[in-house]
Design a protein around this ligand. Structure first.
Ligand code: ADP
Ligand code: MG
Length: 483
């Protein structure tokens, strides 16, 4: 699919590439033993290395390397058995060393691919250019004092994975799907928590526009966008700006821009710096990073089942439509919950309940699947009561709402409220007879051809039976009486 905005001189196509910074899940930083917990008191998690004291030597954290390799494997990417660390030099108050240790020409992970699925079901492969490890910087706090800025170095030295995509994305929707899919994969792998609101995943968004079939034009980079929605809005805003520039005969200049969500625009921040401005050079304190192929294979063997594979399996094993399977695998916890309900039961039936009733209840009560008031075992028992005819489907909805409220077991609710399905034809016959007697006029209309009224009679009989009639039997008896 190509995204076009109709300008004066015809349709424009968007070209988008994302650089995602993903904070590595690890107890310690990339080159120091300091802690990485979110929300610690300022400067309480800073080692001499993070504070760049003279003479301190960085020591690579094996777990951070393992996390990068796991991520590379999960992105179907090449793992480079030898990679290098470079110094990226720049001055900023929250970067005490005056350089960031990063990987420039020899990243730990090379080309890979992410599969995204769009709303219309179209599937696209988005190329990953590379993944490299680097240190995060500290944080400047400008709002703590009227005339001073403060520096918090807790984040300084925390391991980041920078995951760079090819310029393969063509619309805000595709960029959103890419980010959500990447976040899902990272969470499955346990290598990044993907919490964009805590800053553990943020994106630099590269945007250009062109006429279909043309070579790429100049791009601009929108820095540090921190939600999927803002990424999509930033692309839209930046594309509109560039199209207007080209349409008016101007030239888009390569630059770094900022997105202002409140105004829905991007504004210029600085001219784009080039790699040579950073004077990258190999960090003399660090040897090339060499990985043992057997260690990499052990990490591969230990990977969890990833969302794409799980989705295929849900379709094959439980007979789910692709859409339902996709919804369920978007989060590992939902997938696990579904499987606990579906095992040994009818898969589609279980999926409908999880995606429909359960998700609605979680939304309404502000809970997540992890804090669900209804455990998968309890939902499974409810489905069994429907499957074996103890209650009908309509009553099951009420029992479920009761379970959400009270946490009580479904069989107890059914017993306490006397909700068993009525299959006794005598009781159904008499309910039908009294409903038909009370609605003689409608019966006459029905018999003179207004067959739509059948549904009305079913509803009245069910109502007379407090919803507990067996729907198939009610239909049979009604038909016989109205014949
Ligand atoms: P830098 O590190 O200087 O930002 P990179 O070569 O790493 O530059 O590219 C950064 C991102 O820009 C990548 O995600 C890439 O896909 C994207 N990109 C490159 N060219 C274009 C373009 N013409 N339009 C949109 N995005 C682009
Ligand atoms: Mg960049």
């Amino acid at each position: 699919m190509s995204y076009t905005i109709d300008g004066k001189t015809g349709p424009w196509e968007l070209v988008i590439g994302l650089e995602v910074h993903a904070q590595v899940i690890s107890r310690a930083k990339l080159f120091s033993g300091a802690a990485t917990v979110f929300g610690g008191a300022p400067n309480s998690q800073v080692s001499f290395i993070d504070a760049a004291f003279p003479g301190m030597l960085p020591v690579i954290n094996r777990e951070c390397v393992a996390q990068a390799v796991r991520t590379g494997l999960g992105l179907n990417a090449e793992i480079h058995l030898e990679s290098r660390f470079d110094r990226k030099n720049y001055f900023y108050a929250d970067l005490p060393a005056g350089y960031q240790i990063s990987q420039y020409q020899h990243p730990i992970v090379g080309r890979g691919v992410i599969e995204i699925e769009l709303a219309d079901g179209e599937v696209r492969q988005i190329g990953i250019t590379r993944l490299h490890l680097e240190q995060d910087a500290g944080k400047s706090l400008h709002d703590q004092h009227p005339t001073k800025s403060y520096i918090d170095l807790n984040r300084a030295g925390v391991a980041l994975m920078e995951i760079v995509s090819e310029p393969d994305l063509r619309s805000p929707e595709e960029a959103g799907a890419y980010l959500r899919k990447l976040r899902t994969v990272l969470r499955y792998l346990g290598t990044c928590d993907g919490n964009m609101d805590e800053g553990s995943m943020r994106a630099d968004v590269n945007v250009s526009v062109r006429k279909s079939g043309e070579p790429f034009r100049t791009r601009c980079e929108v820095k540090n966008v921190n939600s999927v929605r803002f990424v999509m809005q930033a692309i839209e805003a930046e594309a509109r700006r560039q199209i207007a520039v080209w349409e008016e005969g101007g030239t888009v200049l390569q630059e770094t821009r900022l997105f202002e969500p409140a105004r829905g625009i991007t504004r210029s921040m600085r001219n784009k710096e080039d790699a040579h401005d950073y004077r990258y050079f190999p960090d003399p304190d660090l040897l090339p990073l060499k990985l043992d192929p057997a260690w990499v294979e052990a990490l591969r063997a230990d990977l969890p089942e990833l969302p794409d594979a799980k989705k295929q399996r849900f379709m094959a094993e439980y007979g789910l439509p692709a859409y339902d399977a996709g919804v369920l695998v978007a989060e590992q916890a939902s997938a696990d919950y579904f499987e606990a309900v579906a095992r040994g039961r009818e898969g589609r039936f279980a999926a409908n309940w999880v995606i429909g009733d359960l998700f609605a209840a979680l939304n309404r009560t502000g809970r997540t699947i992890e804090t669900s008031p209804v455990a998968p075992g309890a939902l499974g028992e409810l489905l069994d009561l429907v499957a074996d005819g103890t209650i009908n489907g309509r009553i099951a909805k009420d029992v479920f709402e009761d379970m959400v409220e009270s946490g009580e077991a479904p069989a107890e609710i059914v017993a306490r409220k006397n909700l068993r399905q009525v299959t006794d034809t005598g009781a159904i016959e008499s309910a039908v007879a009294s409903v038909l007697a009370a609605n003689a006029d409608k019966v006459a209309e029905y018999k003179s051809g207004k067959e739509k009224l059948f549904g009305f009679f079913v509803g009245q009989v069910m109502k007379a039976m407090a919803g507990k009639g067996n729907p198939a039997l009610v239909n049979d008896v009604l038909r016989r009486h109205l014949a």
